[in-house]
Design a protein around this ligand. Structure first.
Ligand code: ADP
Ligand code: GLC
Length: 484
């Protein structure tokens, strides 16, 4: 196996900084790739949490003026991850969420902040760090989208480039004036290069110039080539269809392991699910729900945004109540949704429990104690919580979109590849269809052998990164061969 060196570029990496699934992927993939002969190092911004956690940081390079202030490039590591950290205090030394202020609005200089990250990625691509000259630069989402663009405009021999789309909805749009400030040529401001509806888009830059484009499920790879699913990039992606593919995400099965999970009340293995009931009892207490083993407990762990379709679940609450089910929701995001869920909990004590916030530990308990996990997304590039649910014996109830379509096998269908049923899928993505699926799940829940079978099939599903990392390794190798 030829060894391959890959520089990954990501704006969040679990367990250091996380706002969503991107961090999970960026944190797990490098470790899984080791078995495939890929040496991956990850470049990320030096936010305060990064500066605090990264150990053994060695200074590789300093700049007196990097995009308006002093900057340094460090190499360090954390929990098995090899990192390059771009420490530029005037851009990244800000507490809290990496993208928005404490009022929840985008930092006004996000364009410069993430251009700076991509600029150094391109320079590492050109050999800035002689001990690690990458064969491939792998950019994740819009925050890293300029890396392939800088490498293109630098017009020098360069490593191969891969752009991975985790979510088309975040496009990194900025005013055209930024072009000069971030050192890109003014000539790039046209629709075949960076221009996007009168401004520029970092995501477009990546999609335009990367040698390969991937996204996180085969179904999403198809959906984004349509005008609706492409959210403005359908045409571009149709034109680049020959270099676009979908590779499903996995989860880190050592972090998500019910046999050995420090965050759940009672640990259990796939062969004996009796302790799930004890976790359910603890969960009911924590969410102020009536203690009852007989009431099916539906769980949700999610960002509260339009994408996730949780307004539809609010509309389905009458069905949940009528069917004698309970709901435990952990989430944060849109103010309006937060308020409406809290109101629903107040109106239905003992039946609807809501925790607003971001709580990694509670997320594990929810997986271990819920009977079913609901993901009613309008679109979902891959989705990770349904994969965790399979691993914990919670039965997923999901909409039939993106990665949810690819990872869950519906009770009513024999999967073409011969996979056994693992959950419930509904379409179209409406409150009525969701309610229909909740009713079906309730019937199945009360038929114990059927429910056990669904749980067992889920627990037997491989949700790990093993095979999926192999697909990335094959992609990198293929790129190297085709460019040689
Ligand atoms: P997305 O990246 O679109 O938010 P994913 O399903 O890919 O969706 O990943 C979400 C990740 O964030 C999962 O690891 C999930 O457990 C976690 N998560 C989401 N919301 C919360 C929350 N409120 N508290 C704890 N973890 C959360
Ligand atoms: C995005 C998507 C989600 C995906 C995650 C990791 O945030 O919304 O579906 O699982 O990225 O790829």
């Amino acid at each position: 196996m030829t060894p391959v060196r890959v520089l990954a570029v990501a704006s969040e990496v679990y367990p250091i900084v996380k706002t969503g699934g991107l961090a999970d992927v960026a944190g797990a993939l490098p470790i899984a790739l080791k078995a495939h002969g890929v040496e991956m190092r990850t470049l990320m911004p030096g936010y305060p949490d990064v500066m605090r956690l990264v150990s053994g940081a060695a200074e590789l390079r300093t700049w007196p003026d990097y995009f308006g202030g002093p900057g340094r490039l460090l190499a360090g590591s954390h929990e098995g991850l090899d990192l390059f950290v771009l420490d530029v205090p005037h851009l990244y030394a800000r507490p809290g969420n990496p993208y928005v202020t404490s009022e929840g609005v985008d930092w006004p200089d996000n364009g410069v902040r993430f251009a700076a990250l991509s600029r150094v990625a391109a320079d590492i691509g050109h050999g800035l760090v002689p001990t690690f000259v990458p064969d491939v630069v792998h950019a994740h989402d819009w925050q890293a989208g300029l890396a392939p663009a800088y490498l293109h405009y630098d017009n020098r021999p360069r490593p191969a480039t891969v752009m991975t789309i985790h979510n088309m909805a975040y496009q990194g749009k900025f005013a055209p004036e930024l072009i000069g400030a971030i050192g890109l040529p003014w000539g790039a401001f046209n629709v075949n290069e960076l221009e996007y509806f009168g401004g520029i888009s970092f995501l477009k830059a990546g999609l335009q110039f990367a040698d390969r484009i991937t996204t996180v499920s085969p179904t999403y790879a198809r959906e984004i080539q349509s005008d609706e699913g492409g959210m403005g990039f359908g045409g571009l992606l149709r034109a680049r269809a020959s270099v676009l593919s979908g590779i499903l995400n996995g989860i880190d099965i050592s972090v998500w392991n019910p046999q050995d999970d420090p965050h759940i009340a009672y640990r259990y293995g796939a062969e004996d699910l009796t302790f799930r009931a004890a976790n359910k009892a603890v969960l009911q207490q924590q969410f102020n729900l009536d203690s009852s083993d007989e009431a099916p407990l539906l769980g949700v762990i999610s960002r509260l945004s339009w994408q996730k379709g949780l307004d539809l679940l609010l509309e389905a609450i009458p069905t949940i109540l009528r069917e004698g089910m309970q709901l435990a929701l952990l989430g944060s995001g849109d103010r309006d949704l937060q308020d409406r869920y809290q109101a629903a909990a107040r109106a239905n004590p003992g039946r609807i429990g809501v925790v607003i916030g971001y709580d990694e530990i509670l997320a594990h308990l929810l997986q271990a104690g819920s009977d079913a996990l609901i993901v009613p997304s309008r679109f979902e590039p891959c989705g990770l919580t349904q994969l965790c649910a399979l691993r914990y014996g919670a039965v997923p109830i999901v909409s039939r979109v993106g990665g949810l379509e690819d990872t869950i096998v519906d009770v009513g269908e024999a999967d073409a590849s011969g996979r056994d049923a693992t959950g419930f899928k509904f379409a179209p993505v409406t409150a009525e269809a969701l309610a229909g699926s909740l009713r079906k799940a309730n019937t199945a829940f009360h038929d114990k052998p059927t429910w056990r079978r669904l749980q067992r099939n889920g627990l037997a599903t491989d949700v790990s990164w093993r095979g999926r990392a192999g697909e990335y390794a094959a992609l990198y190798r293929d790129l190297m061969t085709s460019r040689a």
